[in-house]
Design a binder for this molecule. Structure first.
Ligand SMILES: C[S@@+](CC[C@H](N)C(=O)[O-])C[C@H]1O[C@@H](n2cnc3c(N)ncnc32)[C@H](O)[C@@H]1O
Length: 441
């Protein structure tokens, strides 16, 4: 080894090698870089691709390649599972959550995500090996939880054998069948497109007349199949999820349903098309979904490993921002909901959440944390959230083992719907998402 000069090099799997600083020969060891793609290692100066001590470098390269693969898998995940536009959706933060689980050595077999929303995190946790219990107060989230978390085998649709031709790809065939249904004017057409009579004075432009009528025909058919016993729970919620996601893709909104755009946007003019939800199947994990208050669900659970919390972080009530996906999820067949005002909000306000109320969120947080019989608590919260940071810290420290409290940060580009930018003042284009952690035993 003597006689050679050694250089510290910065290498990246894509960028190749580039000498940086000279270092003494005996200090050959790989050093972890700041991100997965680039790391720092030490190589002989005259032959940068040949390491003197191959073992640590080889190990390091293996780790790098693994990290690269995970990053690629994360990118695919983000592409395939960002099916609906949703405030607080953690799709883009899954890599941050995954890295945090690894870094903090959080492991276990059972997890609970009681603010599941789009089920992005619950789905990830299931894929990561957990048996997941998830919940949310919203009915459309319940459908997503079923499709992305509870269902563990591709749906067979045995009850539709006569109606839908079997070409081997059952889900695709059923979706094709639904996509070809003749549009019919129904509840969505009446209330949420400009040709509808109900609320016509508001000229509601959430969907084009064609798409509204298609949503109506698909929704009615799902209801008939369901009440006629042709679909089991999993099959029903997979199809309902496909419909809610398809409707969201053609909704003439800027992301939330608290307003519609006055002229038709390009996405709204595309025809409604149901696509297969990206389910996670074959894990053998038994997962459960609930449509209940987070505290009730957590308090009723026996001991479990990981509690992941992602409560609303501001005073906007989800029920008011996503009333149309909610109506599609719940249907209008048993009792026709009474809608009011410019946006067609249902009259009842029962889904108002304490977590979006300044005077109630702190107490709710303490109650939830104290009710959980779990080993790890990981909480996502936004730097602009209404629960003060020192409150979060003190509640978690009170509940956790000495010195186990951690706070990690990730900054990203702000989610902003056009409606928001009209009416809200922001403190910048970037937002910091925080993960708070405590071990409880
Ligand atoms: C920040 S979002 C969660 C986003 C989710 N992690 C995702 O990736 O899509 C917060 C969720 O909490 C739900 N929520 C609000 N109050 C709740 C309560 N009391 N119990 C259960 N869920 C609640 C909202 O409906 C919303 O879906």
């Amino acid at each position: 080894m003597t006689g050679h000069r050694y250089h510290r090099v910065r290498y990246s799997l894509s960028a190749g090698f580039a000498p940086m600083t000279e270092i003494p020969p005996r200090s050959i060891c790989p050093v972890r870089g700041r991100d997965g793609a680039r790391s720092t290692g030490f190589f002989r100066a005259d032959s940068p691709s040949v390491a003197i001590d191959r073992r640590p470098v080889a190990l390091h390269l293996t780790a790098l390649i693994t990290r690269r693969r995970l990053a690629a898998a994360d990118a695919t995940e983000r592409r395939v599972s960002s099916a609906v536009r949703y405030i607080g959706n953690k799709n883009k933060l899954i890599p941050f959550i995954r890295r945090t689980l690894e870094r903090l050595g959080i492991e276990g077999a059972t997890a609970c995500d009681p603010f599941a929303g789009t089920a992005a995190v619950a789905r990830f946790l299931k894929k990561h090996g957990y048996a997941v219990t998830s919940s949310d107060i919203m009915s459309f989230s319940f459908a997503f939880q079923w499709a992305y978390v509870v269902v563990d085998a591709p749906p067979r649709f045995a009850g539709l054998a006569e109606e839908v031709e079997d070409d081997g790809q059952r889900l695709d065939a059923v979706l094709r069948h639904l996509n070809r249904l003749r549009p019919e004017t129904g509840f969505v057409y009446e209330h949420f497109c400009p040709e509808g009579h109900a609320g016509f004075e508001h000229d509601r432009r959430y969907f084009t007349p064609d798409n509204a009528a298609k949503i109506d025909s698909v929704r009615r058919r799902l209801h008939e199949w369901r009440t006629g016993g042709a679909l089991n729970d999993g099959e029903y919620f997979v199809l309902l999820t496909a419909l809610i996601e398809a409707a969201d893709r053609v909704a003439n909104t800027t992301g939330v349903y608290a307003a519609y755009v006055k002229s038709w946007q390009p996405n709204a003019e595309r025809p409604l098309e149901l696509r297969p939800p990206r389910m996670v199947t074959g894990t053998g994990r038994e997962c459960r979904a609930y449509r209940r208050d987070a505290i009730d669900v957590v308090a009723a659970l026996g001991p479990f490993d990981l509690l992941y919390l992602d409560p609303p972080y501001n005073t906007r009530q989800y029920a008011g921002y996503y009333h149309i996906p909610e109506l599609i999820a719940e249907g209008w067949f048993a009792e026709r909901p009474i809608l009011r005002g410019k946006t067609g909000l249902p009259e009842d306000e029962e889904k108002r959440s304490d977590w979006s109320r300044r005077r109630r969120c702190e107490a709710a947080f303490r109650r939830l944390v104290e009710a959980a019989d779990c080993r790890h608590i990981l909480m996502s919260y936004n730097s602009e959230g209404i629960i003060p940071e020192d409150w979060i810290e003190s509640v978690l420290r009170d509940r956790g083992a000495t010195d186990s409290y951690r706070r990690l940060e990730h900054s990203y580009k702000r989610y902003r719907s056009d409606r928001d930018s009209d009416v809200r003042r922001y403190r910048g284009d970037r937002v910091t998402e925080r993960l708070y952690y405590v071990r409880t035993v």
